[in-house]
Design a protein around this ligand. Structure first.
Ligand code: ADP
Ligand code: ZN
Length: 718
């Protein structure tokens, strides 16, 4: 059925179970269908895959998808197969028998999408093989990897234009989440795209909540954050291998199901961890940025950055991995000055060309200044990507709780004076020690306990000082000397404040308010509790079923799909058609089982009486138990007319009921004949007048519902 449908909109509904295209999807699809090249730029989670998957289904032949990571290919193939699409990935992990089988399937024309790595596609043999295939299109995922200007240059990508050249007439669609104009232009140039249209989606991800906190007492803050998100999958990104291991161990000590992941682990171990996360067997992964590129898990509910990312592109890409199913997701960044210092050193010590270093340093500075932003965070990111919204986003910490400014001249003077009196020889940590009057070895050894400002800042907490000093750096009153162990220096602007020639506005440090235990459930209505428990129940069902089938739970049915089902709640087959992500293939495979699960849950609930359809469900239960309409009428105190109405309604909702049990063949045929003779009127008044007196509206409705059902199953015009 799906295979014969050629209309993108219909494919979206039938194959993927979505009612509407997201911005730019349809245009990009049309561009490819018209045989032209396209460059699609959307944030991570924006919906790039459909831009080539739908054309692949519309066109004859096989679509070649070039993707840099084996794990990602595997996930995509699994997700496509879960929707009944024949897709394969060719990579080095396949044995020759498996390869042979795939080649045969391709030859038979049943394979719609073929995923390969750039290395594979560059091999002469494979390239020759490709030229013999009827290719519908070439999709190049993570296309920014072709460009030196992007944040993830890969040499093997640079040669892909040779592939494009060998396949004349095949439209090429390049996709990336990296938006800056230099990279865009370079992708088009490097891949030699022809008359490519660029589809640039907005980078705003409305379902992501963005928050930044100072990098102090991180573990305590993480535990509080996780306390509100029990069992929800998420990633803690760390800078070093060691900290991934440390943080994961600390979380496990707190009873949280956490594992670490970094590039130095052996391959099998990495694959196991990734797989376990994907399958919801591990809740938290503490990882270096090596993790995530190759993972297609739509229900990651939160991302924490334990360290500052190197640049805004990486940061946005990493947090973009949360909430790909469109449901709300939270992100928390710990911003500390130490990381800026570490990165600067790393950049300076590398042997990259100077221009390259300069670009990296600038990007790092933008990242840091983002972390110190006092107004809407999303807008800082969007303006980095060239968008300039006028209003605040409403989903970041700054929009939640606007910071208030105050005259911070005196605070600034205390800090600046301490820097000056310590002869500009101290870094951030030591400066705060001096201001707070700490009595430790470093302070005593340097003789800092004898300077006049020692202890002058006791009135403010350590946390506050770190934030104030950071603001002073950010306002340009102090600078950090990276060539000298990150020592702080007073700038000329700082001198002006220090000597009272000008003032400075600072913002109040944001206090982290601790939520009381269980607070989030306090205001829950019975209705909300009902939905939450139902969601837990169907999620468990999904997990069991996914384990049986050896697929990821979210590929079976996404969180968004389950949430929508619990919301309604969905009780009848026809309702499944309007649940996002419930494709035709999935309806066929899982529809009746999950409905049964929901019904079983609803049955035990008092509240269910007020659910739409509950009364019909009760009738259905009687019918399934073999009880006649007459008996139901007596026991429920409902008229026969009403019960026929129930029957018709149930048939309309896709219930598989045999109407011969309730309506004689004679009556059925009499009803349909009259109805057709009268030109199939909407109103049944004229029909009933022409029928024998024993037939009421309810029976007519049953006969018509049955007729409509048959039309749907066998849509040949009568
Ligand atoms: P990207 O590759 O841009 O990071 P994906 O293609 O993986 O994003 O899409 C992210 C999620 O959004 C997937 O779960 C996908 O099924 C879903 N999605 C894509 N297009 C739509 C749409 N038109 N309506 C609803 N969900 C969509
Ligand atoms: Zn905002």
């Amino acid at each position: 059925m799906a295979q014969e449908t050629r209309d993108p909109q219909q494919l979206l509904q039938e194959v993927f179970g979505y009612g509407q295209f997201r911005p730019h999807q349809q245009e990009a699809i049309e561009q490819v269908l018209s045989g032209q090249d396209a460059l699609v730029i959307m944030p991570t989670g924006g919906g790039k895959s459909l831009c080539y998957q739908i054309p692949a289904l519309v066109k004859t032949g096989v679509a070649l998808v070039i993707s840099p990571l084996i794990a990602l290919m595997k996930d995509q193939v699994e997700a496509l197969r879960a929707n009944g699409i024949n897709a394969h990935a060719i990579n080095s992990t396949l044995d020759s028998g498996e390869k042979q089988r795939i080649h045969e399937e391709i030859a038979s024309g049943s394979v719609k999408l073929l995923y390969v790595s750039p290395e594979k596609v560059m091999s002469a043999n494979f390239l020759n093989y490709l030229t013999t295939l009827p290719l519908s299109l070439v999709a190049i995922d993570e296309a920014h990897c072709v460009s030196m200007w992007g944040n993830d240059f890969r040499p093997e990508y640079a040669q892909l234009s040779a592939v494009v050249e060998r396949l004349p007439g095949v439209p090429v669609i390049a996709l990336t989440a990296t938006a800056d104009p230099a990279t865009q232009a370079d992708i088009i140039k490097q891949l030699a795209l022809r008359n490519a249209s660029v589809f640039l989606g907005s980078f705003e991800r409305e379902n992501l909540h963005i928050e930044v906190q100072p990098a102090t007492q991180r573990m305590g803050r993480i535990l509080r954050f996780l306390n509100d998100r029990q069992g929800e999958p998420g990633i803690v990104y760390c800078l070093s291998r060691k900290s991934t291991e440390k943080v994961a161990a600390q979380l496990r000590n707190e009873g949280i199901n956490a594992a670490h992941y970094h590039a130095q682990m052996d391959r099998h171990e990495r694959e196991r961890v990734q797989e376990d996360f994907q399958r919801d067997n591990i809740q938290v992964i503490c990882a270096t940025i090596a993790f995530g590129m190759g993972i297609d898990k739509s229900n990651i509910r939160w991302i924490i950055h334990y360290n500052l990312p190197k640049n805004i592109e990486s940061y946005y890409q990493e947090i973009g991995r949360a909430g790909r199913d469109g449901l709300p997701a939270s992100t928390l960044l710990f911003a500390g000055f130490g990381d800026v210092y570490t990165y600067r050193r790393m950049i300076m010590d590398s042997d990259a060309p100077d221009v390259f270093k300069e670009v990296q340093v600038q990007k790092l500075d933008r990242m840091f200044s983002y972390s110190q932003a006092t107004s809407c965070r999303t807008n800082v990111i969007l303006s980095y990507f060239g968008e300039h919204p006028e209003l605040g986003c409403g989903h970041c910490d700054r929009c939640d709780q606007p910071v208030s400014s105050f005259d911070g001249s005196r605070i600034a003077q205390i800090a600046l004076s301490a820097v000056a009196r310590s002869k500009q020889t101290v870094g951030m940590q030591l400066l705060v020690d001096i201001l707070r009057g700490a009595n430790n070895q470093e302070v005593r050894q340097g003789g800092y306990d004898r300077i006049r400002t020692y202890g002058a800042g006791r009135a403010w907490s350590r946390d506050h000082w770190v934030q104030y000093v950071t603001q002073l750096i950010d306002r340009g009153l102090m600078s950090i000397d990276y060539t000298e162990y990150g020592r702080l220096k007073v700038t000329p602007l700082g001198d002006d404040v220090l000597y009272g020639r000008t003032g400075v506005l600072l913002t109040e440090p944001v206090e982290y308010k601790e939520k009381k235990k269980g607070e989030s459930f306090q205001k829950e209505t019975p209705r909300q509790a009902f939905r939450r428990e139902l969601l837990v129940r169907i999620s468990l069902w999904r997990k069991q079923r996914a384990d049986q089938e050896g697929v990821s739970p979210t590929h079976l049915l996404s969180d968004a799909t389950l949430t929508a089902m619990a919301e309604v709640p969905t009780l009848f087959p026809a309702q499944l058609e309007s649940i996002p992500g419930f494709s035709a293939h999935k309806r066929q495979h899982y529809g009746s089982d999950i409905l049964q699960e929901i019904r079983a849950y609803c049955n035990g609930q008092q509240w269910v009486k007020s659910i739409k359809g509950a009364t019909y469900l009760e009738t259905l239960d009687y019918l399934h138990a073999g009880i006649s309409l007459e008996e139901i009428s007596q026991s429920r105190g409902l008229g026969m007319e009403t019960l026929y109405g129930h029957l018709a309604w149930l048939i309309d909702q896709g219930e598989d009921l045999d109407i011969d049990l309730f309506l004689s063949a004679e009556h059925q045929s009499a009803i349909l004949t009259r109805w057709h003779e009268l030109g199939r009127p909407e109103s049944l008044n004229t029909v009933i007048q022409k029928l024998p007196s024993g037939i009421g509206f309810g029976q007519i409705k049953v006969a018509l519902a049955n007729w409509h059902r048959q039309q749907k199953a066998d849509p040949i015009p009568n």
